[in-house]
Unconditional design. Structure first.
Ligand SMILES: [Zn+2]
Length: 126
């Protein structure tokens, strides 16, 4: 019983963090979407350097956008696990995820061992 109570208070604490992060990411993605719409009306006169700079910025924005939407997907899935009571357990092996790991990465679906397998599969670690 004590164990379950402890897990619940940690879950509640981290769920709160996840909700805040979700709101942040949604705001960021909305901003990015707004910026893209504004980009549909480029200035009439552009020299070559400006065009290159524009394109570079677009690539950077797109990478940041993709990263934010990936993270949002992870956060949303983590919150879903909070709701169905499986939060804090590894999606692969079902073991409880280390508390320190959860505090550092509240949206992670995997324990440290399974995460290592998921990252760069087949690539030996140096
Ligand atoms: Zn695992």
């Amino acid at each position: 019983m004590t164990l379950i109570a402890d897990t619940n208070s940690l879950t509640r604490e981290l769920a709160e963090k996840l909700r805040l992060r979700k709101a942040e990411l949604l705001a960021l993605l909305q901003q990015a979407a707004g910026a893209n719409i504004a980009g549909d009306n480029p200035p009439e006169v552009l020299d070559f350097k400006d065009v290159a700079a524009e394109e570079t910025r677009a690539v950077v924005d797109e990478a940041a956008y993709t990263h934010a939407s990936d993270e949002l997907a992870q956060v949303v899935m983590a919150l879903r696990r909070v709701d169905d009571g499986t939060y804090g357990f590894c999606e692969d092996c079902g073991e409880a995820i280390d508390e320190r790991r959860l505090r550092a990465l509240p949206a992670t679906p995997f324990c440290t061992a399974c995460q290592t397998i998921h990252e760069r599969p087949g690539t030996p670690r140096r």
